[in-house]
Design a protein around this ligand. Structure first.
Ligand SMILES: NC(=O)c1ccc[n+]([C@@H]2O[C@H](COP(=O)([O-])OP(=O)(O)OC[C@H]3O[C@@H](n4cnc5c(N)ncnc54)[C@H](OP(=O)(O)O)[C@@H]3O)[C@@H](O)[C@H]2O)c1
Length: 279
């Protein structure tokens, strides 16, 4: 498994398994399947309501704790220093672990400076091995990264062939912060699974459009966490290192970039109102 070295020296697998929209009742089975396929990184969040299932699957797998890289995220209703600090303890309990490998702030809203201080403190105490953010747009990212002691190790943002985040990545790399893609398959939006360019390239390598889309991101050094509740798709998404793409194919996929979200714009006031409603 290819690993990525973060800006604090911690190494993490480049490919992991995401559990957004995995029913809490299904989470243990899904993560057990993913671990049996070979995944050694799992991305969950307080807001997904399935940290317990993730923790139970890891515990029951018998795999050594230090061989699985656990990622979770603090939700905005737990922001502010005190609440974030308590919520980290809650995540540790639910995940049945002494430490979380990477903890992120889920959204750039509410008192994220206070919450980030709690992450820094837990990092110093060894409860978190690395910390970072998610959904921070370049302006918000630069502001935060310039005013904290521990520079974020990653920024988990929507990244896929239709929204490649080239500009945002350039700003993050100035801080050594890595892009971690959410929605690496764009959840199939904009016809990703039947996109003609991806499908044709896939035929050359005997793989699906989905596999090509994921492999492209890994060749751009992006960390990815595709989600599937189906074991055969988990396998398909895991085996992407068995082939590579030519320079010409990389160019063709680069040209698919629409440079805009397929979900929502985090800077749109209506998006902010929507998130405030989820508190
Ligand atoms: N930080 C954030 O704000 C944020 C936001 C969204 C997601 N995330 C993280 O990123 C992870 C991945 O993003 P995502 O779950 O939104 O979307 P995704 O991984 O881009 O796409 C998942 C969808 O694609 C389907 N799928 C997966 N592999 C496939 C394949 N090989 N062929 C055909 N269909 C396939 C899945 O269906 P089935 O499950 O039915 O197979 C599911 O509907 C999440 O699970 C979560 O951990 C974070």
């Amino acid at each position: 498994m290819k690993t990525i070295k973060l800006n604090n020296g911690v190494e993490m697998p480049q490919l992991g398994y995401g559990v957004y929209q995995v029913d809490p009742a299904e989470a243990e089975r899904c993560v057990s399947d993913a671990l049996s396929v070979g995944y050694r990184m799992v991305d969950t969040a307080q807001a997904y309501g399935n940290e317990e299932g993730v923790g139970a699957a890891v515990k029951k797998s018998g795999i050594l704790r230090n061989e699985v890289f656990l990622v979770s995220k603090v939700w905005i209703s737990n922001y502010g220093y005190e609440k974030a600090k308590a919520s980290i303890e809650e995540s540790l309990r639910k995940l049945q672990t002494e430490y979380i490998d990477l903890m992120l702030l889920h959204q750039p809203f509410c008192d994220y400076y206070g919450a980030y201080r709690a992450l820094e403190e837990a990092c110093h105490e060894g409860k978190l091995r690395a910390i970072g953010v998610s959904n921070f747009q370049p302006n918000q990212f630069i502001d935060l990264a310039s005013n904290v002691e521990v520079v974020p190790a990653v920024n988990q943002v929507e990244t896929h062939v239709f929204c490649q985040q080239q500009k945002a990545n350039a700003y993050m790399m100035e801080c050594g912060t890595r892009i971690m893609s959410w929605g690496p398959l764009a959840e199939g939006r904009n016809g990703l699974f039947s996109n003609p360019v991806l499908t044709e390239i896939g035929k050359e390598h005997g793989v699906s459009a989905a596999a090509v889309a994921l492999r492209y991101l890994t060749l751009r050094d992006v960390i990815i966490i595709p989600k599937s509740t189906h074991k055969e798709r988990m396998i398909e998404n895991f085996n992407i290192y068995d082939f590579t793409l030519t320079d010409a194919e990389m160019e063709q996929i680069l040209a698919l970039d629409l440079k805009k979200s397929q979900f929502f714009d985090h800077l749109d006031p209506e998006t902010v109102k929507m998130f405030m409603g989820w508190r």
